[in-house]
Design a protein around this ligand. Structure first.
Ligand code: GDP
Length: 536
């Protein structure tokens, strides 16, 4: 039996972030394939496959063939226990995608080599950067014509503001892609096989030295020559590999490959497992002291709540990231925000597509807890008799806004209750125009799918039909009042700027463009605006 320390140090808990279509699903699938978790490609739930085993709890999910909420995949590989926090890669991602990143110890950023850094990657990156977690980059689709690797690295540095360190370097591009040069071992890894799309076999790697005559044959004379030049350039320009900078999110190790043809996936996985961190400490905000992952006392925080996975019940599943110690099904725990002892009755973990019950889990793992409606996002659970409290989850800036009104004004009570409960659960954010009441309610979401979820749930759970009128705003900023109260009325703003309040009385501004935002900043001395809301 491994000790608790050994179990925890074998854990790697990470999320894969990317813009839709960069290859996140394909890469996840290949990781599962390599590790023997699945036997064939196409088993991972995605747009193409019609499997909805985990969460067919809502009609929209079925209709769209996507998973609205993110799930967790766990597998073991070469002594590591790996948790992949899957974030919806669909265009209609939601606030849960961001919240999931709060539970990850590192992130893998998949970039389409032909497209470079895309809009959604930037957003997800910002959330990772907020936490300073290590970010590993996988430049994908090298089997297709891609942009120059030097250009791509420069773009990552300029657009995202993180240093890059290529761990390997691609040999060829598109049809001439033959492998990668591993910079640490200074070996060429030439991939064998025809690079057939959707290859499910592991790729055989042939090792060779740079400059070796045999390489001409293996990767082609021209590829060999280009590679020698590139490596000389890299070695000349580059700084030392700095693990500390990686660990603090200042430097991203970059890997090149093609998830579809399997080229470069295994070298990436090996290095990723070697360099990525095991679960580390989380700060107890009550004392400011770190709670070590290996602390034997159980603790964790709720980062996501999923409602009505089972249609027959109104129950919810609260996803808990375990921060320290061990979880045992049925154990007693102290719910800090509720200030009482509770029994953690049901634990579920997402194993590929099946929702399996877990009996035990440890720091780094995610468990789904049965929630009769007592948990809120950001809540802490810990060992009975010990009180720790982890910093909550920030509120992420919505980008889509709509005014929501009920069709039947007689159902006012249900409407208000539904809106408030769904907002409290974190399914949507609600605001009201400054000085107005709940009759002027504005809903903000990160992904437009959340609007559909809202309408569906108001209808099925609260029997309320609503009208939705889109609003032109797409930028929101919280007003920071740390340095003193801000008088909303006296602010000098453009006509396209709306003053709103959140449910806790927080003051915010909605803008229709960055131009209006700049105006507000330039014309109001001492106004501090923040992109992330208060921690819940
Ligand atoms: P996601 O939206 O990020 O999860 O992207 P998917 O994994 O669904 O991939 C989007 C599309 O790109 C699919 O048609 C994949 O087959 C394709 N794709 C993924 N990886 C590669 C790759 O390495 N090379 C090529 N040529 N296509 C790829």
């Amino acid at each position: 039996m491994p000790s608790l320390e050994e179990e925890i140090s074998s854990r790697r808990t990470f999320a894969i972030i990317s813009h839709p279509d960069a290859g996140k699903t394909t890469l996840t699938e290949k990781l599962l394939l390599y590790t023997g978790t699945i036997q064939s490609a196409g088993s991972v739930k995605g747009k193409a496959s019609a499997k909805h085993a985990v969460s067919d709890w809502m009609d929209i999910e079925k209709a769209r063939g996507i998973s609205v909420t993110s799930s967790v995949l766990q597998f073991t590989y070469e002594g590591h226990c790996v948790n992949i926090l899957d974030t919806p890669g669909h265009q209609d991602f939601s606030e849960d995608t961001y919240r999931t990143l709060m539970a990850a110890d590192s992130a893998v950023m998949v970039i389409d080599g032909a497209k470079g850094v895309e809009a959604q990657t930037v957003k997800l990156f910002k959330v990772c950067a907020l936490r300073g977690i290590p970010i590993f980059t996988f430049v994908n689709k090298l089997d297709h014509e891609t942009r120059d690797p030097f250009d791509l690295m420069e773009e990552i540095e300029n657009v995202l503001g993180i240093g890059t360190y290529p761990m390997n370097w691609p040999i060829g591009n598109g049809r001439t892609f033959r492998g990668v040069f591993d910079r640490a071992s200074r070996h060429v890894l030439a991939f064998e096989g025809d690079g057939r799309a959707n290859a499910t076999k592991r790729v055989a790697e042939v090792e060779a030295e740079l400059g070796d005559a045999a390489l001409d044959e293996l990767i082609g004379e021209e590829n060999h020559r280009t590679l020698m030049d590139d490596i000389e350039l890299l070695d000349g320009a580059d700084h030392e590999f700095d693990l500390e900078a990686v660990r603090t999110g200042k430097l991203t190790p970059v890997f090149f490959g093609s998830a579809l043809t399997n080229f470069g996936v295994e070298p990436f996985l090996r290095d990723f497992l070697r360099l990525s961190p095991a679960p580390g400490p989380h700060t107890d905000s009550l004392t400011g002291d770190p709670v070590e992952a290996t602390d034997p006392d159980f603790s964790g925080f709720v980062f996501k709540i999923q409602a009505n996975m089972d249609k027959n019940h109104r129950d919810r599943i609260a996803f808990l990231r375990i921060c320290s110690g061990k979880f045992v099904r049925g154990m007693d725990a102290f719910h800090v925000q509720g200030d009482r002892k509770i029994k953690l009755a049901t634990g579920t973990a997402m194993m590929a597509d099946d929702r399996a019950t877990v009996d035990e889990a440890c720091a780094g793992d995610i468990v789904g807890l049965f929630d009769p409606g007592i948990f809120s996002i950001g809540d802490t659970l810990c060992k009975v008799g010990r009180r720790v409290q982890f910093a909550g989850i920030p509120t992420f800036a919505p980008e889509h806004f709509a005014r929501i009104e009920q069709v039947d004004t007689l159902k006012r009570k249900q409407f208000v209750k539904g809106m408030e409960e769904l907002a409290q659960e974190g399914a949507i954010q609600i605001f009201r125009e400054y000085g107005a009441g709940m009759e002027r309610v504005i809903v903000g979401v990160v992904g437009t799918l959340q609007f559909e979820v809202l309408e569906q749930r108001l209808k099925s759970e609260y029997h309320v039909e609503v009208y939705r009128s889109p609003l032109p705003y797409n930028l929101i900023r919280w007003i920071d009042e740390k340095d003193g109260e801000v008088d909303m009325r006296s602010l000098n703003l453009t006509r396209e700027t709306l003053r709103v309040e959140d449910m806790r009385g927080g003051k915010l501004l909605l803008f229709t463009s960055p131009w209006n935002l700049n105006w507000a900043e330039e014309h109001n001395d001492g106004l501090h605006l923040s992109e992330f809301g208060n921690v819940t």
